[in-house]
Write a protein that binds this ligand. Structure first.
Ligand code: NAI
Length: 462
C-alpha cells in the first residue's frame, strides 16, 4: 500500500513545475542546501511536519530531506493543502497525508499517520501546535492523568480524542514512547508559540522548543508582508468583490493585523481597526487608520477580518447587525475567532469551495470565507514563496540546532540567536538587489557592535 494520502498523485508534474519556480524565489532554503547538503546535519532525524502543505512547504520538505532527514508530513489545517504540492511530495517518495477539504476526523488521522516512522519519530516541526498537542495529550490520557490539556476548539475535541483512543488500542504505550523519543520541536506561528509557553509555565513541556515565530525574519516579515499580499488575494479569489471604496474592519493590529490593514488599504479599501492593546491601537491610529470598536463599525462596514489569535472576536450578536452581503473572514490561526458554530442553525448556501452565504434572521446575508479558518490559505494559496523562504530558513536552522545540539537545551522555549536571524535576512538580499553598507571599524566601535554583527542589542524591537 502506498504510504501517502493525497487527492491525486497525477498532479505531481504540475506541482513540480510550480516548485521549480518557487525555488527561484526561496534563496534562503537553496543556500542551506548548498551549505549543508554534503554534511547532512539532519541525518538520523525523523521529522514529523505539521504545516500547511503548500508549494513553499514542498520546497521546505525537500530541503530537510537534502540535509539528511527522514520526513513524514501532514497539513495543520483542513483547507490549506495545495493538492498538486502534496502530489509532488508523494511522488518524490516522502510520505504525506494532506487533502484540501479533508474532514477534522481525517485531520487527526493524517497527523497520526505522519508519526508512524518504522523506528519512531524523534523531531517535530509544528505550525499551531497540533502535532505537539497530539503527543502530549495522548501521553497524558495514556498515563491516566485526569488534568488534560486544552484543545483549541470544541469541534476538534471529539476528533482528537477519538484518534487518541484508536491509537492507544492499536499500540499500547505508543504515546509515552513517542513523547520520550522526541528531541525537540520547532514552532512556526504565534498561536503555537503561545501554547508552548503555556505548557512550559505549567511544567508540561518535556522537550526543548524553538520559537521560530519570534525570529525577526519570521514574524516581522511573514506575518506582516506575507499577509499584506495574501489577505486581499484570498478575498478576491473568494468573492471578486471590488475592494476600492469599501469599508473594511481589521480586528487586531499585531503583526498580522498590520499586514492585513496594509493589504486592504493598498487595494483601496477604507480601513478601520479594533484593538485591545493601547500600544497597538496607537500604532494603528498613527499609521492613519481609524480605531473603533466592532460595535461602532458593525452596521456600516463591508468586510470584516479577524487577526487576533483570540477567541470569540466576531460574535453572533455582531453578525446579526451586519449589512446585507457583508464579507466575514479570519486570517488568524484557529477558526474560533468568529463564532461560526452559532451560525450552524441558519440557512447556508454553498457558493463554491470555502465560500458560503448565510442568511441571518433579519434576511440579511453574510459571505463567510473558509468557514472561519484562515482565509489566505483556504481561499488563496498563502504567502508568496520569497517571504516563506525567510520563515522556513529559520525552521531549518531550528531543526539543525535541536537535532545536533538538543542535549545542550533543557526543556523550555528558545529563540534562535540574533546572528542566525541576521543570516536569514542576509540570504535574501541578493535576490532583490539589496546592497548592504559595511560598517567601518570606528563606526562599529562607536555604536558598540562588531563589523560583522549582530548589529542590534537583544532588546531592540525593529
Ligand atoms: P500578535 O499577538 O502580534 O497580534 C494579535 C493582536 O490582536 C494583538 O495586538 C492583540 O492585542 C490583538 N487582540 C487580541 N484580542 C483582541 C480583541 N478581542 N479585539 C481586538 N484585538 C485583539 O499576533 P500575530 O503574529 O499578528 O498573529 C495573529 C494570528 O495570526 C495568530 O493566530 C497567528 O498564529 C496567526 N498567523 C496567521 C498567518 C497566516 O498566514 N494566516 C501568518 C502568521 C500568523
Amino acid at each position: 500500500m502506498s504510504d501517502y494520502v493525497v487527492k491525486d498523485v497525477d498532479l505531481a508534474a504540475y506541482g513540480r513545475r510550480e516548485m521549480d519556480i518557487a525555488e527561484t524565489e526561496m534563496p534562503g532554503l537553496m543556500a542551506l542546501r548548498e551549505e549543508f547538503g554534503e554534511a547532512k546535519p539532519l541525518a538520523g532525524a525523523r521529522i514529523v511536519g505539521s504545516l500547511h502543505m503548500t508549494i513553499q512547504t514542498a520546497v521546505l520538505i525537500e530541503t530537510l530531506v537534502a540535509l539528511g532527514a527522514d520526513v513524514r508530513w501532514a497539513s495543520c489545517n483542513i483547507f490549506s493543502t495545495q493538492d498538486h504540492a502534496a502530489a509532488a511530495i508523494a511522488a518524490g517518495g516522502t510520505p504525506v497525508f494532506a487533502v484540501k477539504g479533508q474532514s477534522l476526523v481525517e485531520h487527526w488521522d493524517y497527523l497520526d499517520r505522519s508519526f508512524q516512522f518504522a523506528d519512531g519519530a524523534n523531531m517535530i516541526l509544528d505550525d499551531g501546535g497540533d502535532a505537539t498537542l497530539y503527543i502530549l495529550l495522548g501521553a497524558r490520557v495514556e498515563g491516566g492523568e485526569t488534568e488534560l490539556l486544552d484543545v483549541p476548539t470544541s469541534e476538534e475535541e471529539e476528533a482528537i480524542f477519538a484518534q487518541i483512543r484508536q491509537r492507544m488500542e492499536e499500540s499500547p504505550g505508543w504515546f509515552t514512547r513517542t513523547r520520550d523519543a522526541i528531541r525537540g520541536v520547532s514552532e512556526e506561528t504565534t498561536t503555537g508559540v503561545h501554547r508552548l509557553y503555556d505548557l512550559h509555565r505549567k511544567g508540561l513541556l518535556p522537550f526543548p522548543a524553538i520559537n521560530v515565530n519570534d525570529s525577526v525574519t519570521k514574524s516581522k516579515f511573514d506575518n506582516k508582508y506575507g499577509c499584506k499580499e495574501s489577505l486581499v488575494d484570498g478575498i478576491r479569489r473568494a468573492t471578486d468583490t471590488m475592494m476600492a471604496g469599501k469599508v473594511a474592519v481589521v480586528c487586531g493590529y499585531g503583526d498580522v493585523g498590520k499586514g492585513s490593514a496594509a493589504s486592504l488599504s493598498g487595494a483601496g479599501a477604507r480601513v478601520k481597526v479594533t484593538e485591545v492593546d493601547p500600544i497597538c491601537a496607537l500604532q494603528a491610529a498613527m499609521d492613519g487608520y481609524e480605531v473603533v470598536t466592532l460595535e461602532d463599525a458593525v452596521e456600516t462596514a463591508d468586510i470584516f477580518i479577524t487577526t487576533t489569535g483570540n477567541r470569540d472576536v466576531i460574535r453572533i450578536e455582531h453578525m446579526r447587525e451586519m449589512k446585507d452581503m457583508a464579507i466575514v473572514g479570519n486570517i488568524g490561526h484557529f477558526d474560533n475567532e468568529i463564532q461560526v458554530a452559532s451560525l450552524r442553525n441558519h440557512k447556508w448556501t454553498n457558493v463554491k469551495d470555502q465560500v458560503d452565504m448565510i442568511e441571518m434572521p433579519s434576511g440579511n446575508r453574510i459571505i463567510l470565507l473558509s468557514q472561519g479558518r484562515l482565509l489566505n490559505l483556504g481561499n488563496a494559496t498563502g504567502h508568496p514563496s520569497f517571504v516563506m523562504s525567510a520563515s522556513f530558513t529559520n525552521q531549518v536552522l531550528a531543526q539543525i540546532e535541536l537535532w545536533t545540539k538538543g542535549d545542550d537545551y533543557k526543556p523550555g522555549v528558545y529563540i534562535l540567536p540574533k546572528h542566525l536571524d541576521e543570516k536569514v535576512a542576509r540570504l535574501h538580499l541578493a535576490r532583490i538587489g539589496v546592497k548592504l553598507t559595511e560598517l567601518r571599524k570606528e563606526q562599529a566601535d562607536y555604536i558598540g557592535v562588531t563589523v560583522a554583527g549582530p548589529f542590534k542589542p537583544e532588546h531592540y524591537r525593529y
